[in-house]
Each structure stands twice: as structure tokens, then as C-alpha cells.
Design a binder for this molecule. Structure first.
Ligand code: PXG
Length: 466
């Protein structure tokens, strides 16, 4: 049995398991890897291959894999109190401790926390909170949330409606009406034209002001954005962007929502992306790095002003999940935050490994396929182009970034691909040597993509190539 265990797993997976964000036919034809173990920044598959995880799972395993302390904290909590809820005038020590700790690290005036199981549920909750807040303030028409193209805010009916990655919509007749409208996001490389990044940052932010004026401020409840885009392509905002967004939100009495699901918990070199970019959020969504993926826990941070109104005048808040503030996931999150703090992983990203990673990634700019390398902290994207000078994109069917990703995977590195971008988000514990390995594999993969493009080019005698 052992010898053919991989085959057995694959057969039963295909028979019974539906995969997220996967094409069934592709899974059958190309197969998949069975990941069985992980330690530090490395995954191990069922054939004993070691793979450098350049994505920290799905942007989440900030402290790296294989932390016994987390397993011990989880075991202790399961023995002491495996479950109790926080409905109906009850609470538990782990949820109290976690909310308290979060209030110390989130930007002011975010001091109140509600817990969910996923980032999608966090953003769903935020949509409900925005409506609840404006209803209480007697401004019942302030409902629409302005979101941005390329945004990823989740996959539930409502959070997918906020998302601006439009291929998420048609299969389920989304977006739902009345939830969101989308504006251009700060994607300087593709939309900046001849403007400097700073000029373009102002222009992209003013798209919010134009939208508010078009809809009427009385109809706009909030604006939502990821401090730095994640899944949409790691577009780093020009320095002028968020200060202008702050101003516009204040001027028109529009709530500002920071989706910190990817940027939170050290990824950008501060606890939150809001601190890196001077964002002044009224509400924030967080997930992923809160538990470093060791448990499904996410949540919403709420400002003193909004929480004060709800608590004093809101009556019963008719909302909550069975597992909101689950003692096990809260205990795991607390231990994770303790590790991030004790090892100063946030400072490490800001002052040491982050700048090193950005410097080494930046060397890829010399590659003939690379149009731009962008990033902050331990978040980066490489944008591939057919022509460097004109930034001409490849035709969609070329799938260059996907091809590079497949080469990388076969050569021991996980990275992500969207459009012509490859994306990177390694554990915050990655060493300099591991960064060197990562950059080396990426560079060799781009060489191979380039060779393949040249051999596929019309008129080229592809038989001459190996
Ligand atoms: N907001 C942001 C910014 C995210 O990146 C969510 C909300 C939703 O979180 P949940 O926990 O519901 O998944 C996300 C999730 C990818 C990928 O392929 C990205 C995410 C999830 C799954 C895959 O890059 N981001």
C-alpha cells in the first residue's frame, strides 16, 4: 500500500474532493501534488520532494511551519475548554486576551474586535456593519461601498460582490445589486501612462472623489481597499495615494475600510499595512497572519466611534457565527502573536529581511522578460512583458506567468500567477540564503519561459532546441 499511496490519494481525491479555484479537467489531466508535511519555509510532498514555499501557504503562514509551541497551546486549550460560545452574555479568557492584544497593535482608533472564521466572513460582517451604522445615524441611503478593480475581498455572495477580480462574478450572477461599485485602483505600471507614480497616486485617489460626486455623498457608505493589493497582483500604491483617500473619506463622511487580510501581521514591515501607508481606517478586516494559518480565524476591527454607537444605541446586534471567538482558534492566534512579538518578526521584515528580499528581487529587472518588480516588506510581484520599452503585454493565451509558475513548482518553489504577474509572499522567517535560492529558481524559470517563447515563435526551427 505504502508504495502506491500517492496514487491511491490522487484517485480518491479526484473521485470525491471538489477543489477551490481549480479546473476539474486540468486536475485530471495534469494531476496534483499531495503535500504531507511542512517545516520552516519548506513543504514536503508524498514523493518526498522538498518545496520552498514562496507564498507562505496562501499569504498566511507568517511564522513558518512546524511550530511546536502552537501545537502545545492548542492541546492545552482543547483540554481545558474545547468550545464555548460568546453569545447570550458569556465569554471566555482566550477571546478576551486576543481582543486585548489586538487593541495594542492595531492603529488608533481601532479598539473593538469581532471574530469570524474567514476573511470573506469578515468582509461580509463589515458590509452589514456599514449599513447598521448609517441606519443608526439616520442616514439610511448611505449604503453603496466603493471598491476597486482587481480587489480580492472574499468569495461569499456579498464579499465576492465587493471583489473587483471580475472572473469571480459570472458563474454565480454576481455582483449582487446594491452592494458595491468599482473604481480604478492605483496600478501605475498599467494605468499610469506618462504620469510619475506620485502624480498618478493623486489621480487614482481622485477616482473615489469623482465616484462620490457622481453617486452623491448621501448614497455612499464606505470605501474599501487593501493597503497593498494581494491576489490582484501586489500593486504597491504610490506614496500620495492613501493620504488623498483619507482626505476624501473624511470630507464626504464616507467610512474607510482597510482590508488587512494579506497585509496584516507584519507582512509590509509594520503590524498592519495601514501603519505602513498612513491609512486612517474606521473598520478593518484581518485573517491569514492572525493565526499564521494554524487555525481558521479572522475578524473585524471597529473604531471607538462606530463601536460606541452600536454598543450604546444599537440594541441587540443580530449577527454572529457559532465559532465567533472560538477558544481554540483564539488560543492559537494568541500564541502566534506572541511568537511574532518575541522574535520581532515585524522589525525583521522592516529593517533586515524585507529590504534584502526587495533588493534581490529587484535584480530580476535586468531579465529580458521583466517589465517591473514591485513590492514592500515580504510581498512582491514581477510583471512580465512582451516588450520592455513599451510595456506591451503578452497576448492572454500566452500564459507566461502561469508557465513560469509551473516550472517553479517542478523545480522546488511555490509562487502565484495572475495575468502576467508572478507573486511572492514567503514566511516572515525566511533566511537570506533561502531568499537567494528563491530568486535563483525564479530567474532560471524566466530563462526557460524565454527559451520556450523563442522556440514557439513563427519561423523558428524549434527542432533545433533541446
Ligand atoms: N481579503 C483579502 C485581501 C484576501 O486576500 C480575503 C479577503 C478572503 O479571505 P478568506 O479567508 O475568506 O479566503 C482574501 C483571501 C490567491 C488567494 O490565490 C487569495 C486569497 C484566498 C485564496 C486564494 O491568491 N485571499
Amino acid at each position: 500500500m505504502r508504495g502506491n499511496q500517492t496514487g491511491d490519494w490522487l484517485e480518491r481525491d479526484l473521485k470525491h474532493h471538489l477543489h477551490p479555484f481549480s479546473d476539474g479537467r486540468e486536475l485530471r489531466e495534469l494531476g496534483m501534488r499531495v503535500i504531507t508535511r511542512a517545516d520552516g519555509v519548506y513543504l514536503t510532498d508524498s514523493e518526498n520532494n522538498r518545496i520552498l514555499d514562496g507564498m507562505a501557504g496562501l499569504w498566511c503562514v507568517n511564522i513558518g511551519y512546524g511550530r511546536d509551541e502552537i501545537a502545545e497551546a492548542a492541546a492545552r486549550q482543547l483540554q481545558e475548554l474545547p468550545y464555548y460560545n460568546t453569545f447570550f452574555r458569556t465569554t471566555t479568557p482566550p477571546v478576551i486576551d486576543l481582543a486585548t492584544r489586538l487593541s495594542e497593535i492595531t492603529p488608533e482608533p481601532i479598539n473593538h474586535f469581532f471574530f469570524t472564521n474567514s476573511g470573506s466572513e469578515a468582509n461580509d460582517t463589515i458590509i452589514k456593519l456599514v449599513r447598521y451604522y448609517w441606519n443608526l445615524r439616520g442616514k439610511r441611503s448611505k449604503k453603496i461601498i466603493v471598491a476597486r478593480d482587481y480587489a480580492y475581498h472574499g468569495v461569499t455572495m456579498a464579499s465576492a460582490s465587493l471583489s473587483g477580480l471580475t472572473d469571480m462574478h459570472p458563474q454565480s450572477d454576481l455582483p449582487l445589486p446594491g452592494i458595491a461599485t468599482h473604481i480604478e485602483g492605483p496600478y501605475w505600471f498599467r494605468h499610469g501612462g506618462d504620469l510619475t507614480p506620485e502624480e498618478y497616486g493623486i489621480k487614482a485617489a481622485r477616482a473615489l472623489e469623482e465616484k462620490i460626486l457622481e453617486l452623491g455623498a448621501d448614497n455612499v457608505g464606505a470605501f474599501i481597499g487593501e493597503p497593498v493589493y494581494g491576489a490582484g497582483g501586489v500593486m504597491v500604491p504610490p506614496s500620495t495615494y492613501w493620504p488623498e483617500i483619507n482626505r476624501i473619506c473624511r470630507q464626504y463622511d464616507v467610512l474607510l475600510i482597510a482590508d488587512e487580510v494579506v497585509c496584516g501581521f507584519g507582512r509590509t514591515g509594520n503590524w498592519f499595512g495601514s501603519q505602513t501607508y498612513g491609512i486612517e481606517p474606521d473598520l478593518m478586516a484581518f485573517a491569514k497572519g492572525l493565526s499564521s494559518g494554524y487555525a481558521p480565524i479572522a475578524g473585524v476591527g471597529v473604531s471607538d466611534e462606530i463601536a460606541g454607537l452600536l454598543l450604546d444605541e444599537g440594541g441587540e446586534w443580530v449577527h454572529g457565527f457559532t465559532y465567533s471567538g472560538h477558544p481554540l482558534t483564539c488560543a492559537i492566534a494568541l500564541k502566534n502573536l506572541e511568537i511574532i512579538t518575541r522574535e520581532d518578526l515585524v522589525g525583521r521584515v522592516r529593517d533586515d529581511i524585507g529590504p534584502y528580499f526587495q533588493g534581490r528581487m529587484g535584480e530580476l529587472r535586468d531579465h529580458p522578460l521583466v517589465g517591473e518588480v514591485r513590492g514592500v516588506g515580504l510581498l512582491a510581484a514581477v510583471e512580465l512583458v512582451a516588450d520592455k520599452a513599451s510595456r506591451r503585454a503578452f497576448p492572454e493565451e500566452a500564459g507566461v506567468a502561469r508557465r513560469a509558475r509551473e516550472y517553479a513548482f517542478a523545480n522546488g518553489l511555490v509562487m502565484r500567477a495572475v495575468r502576467d504577474c508572478n507573486m511572492f509572499s514567503p514566511p516572515l522567517t525566511i533566511s537570506r540564503e533561502q531568499v537567494d535560492d528563491l530568486v535563483g529558481i525564479v530567474s532560471r524559470c524566466y530563462d526557460r519561459v524565454l527559451a520556450k517563447l523563442e522556440s514557439d515563435a513563427p519561423g523558428h526551427d524549434s527542432a533545433a532546441l533541446p
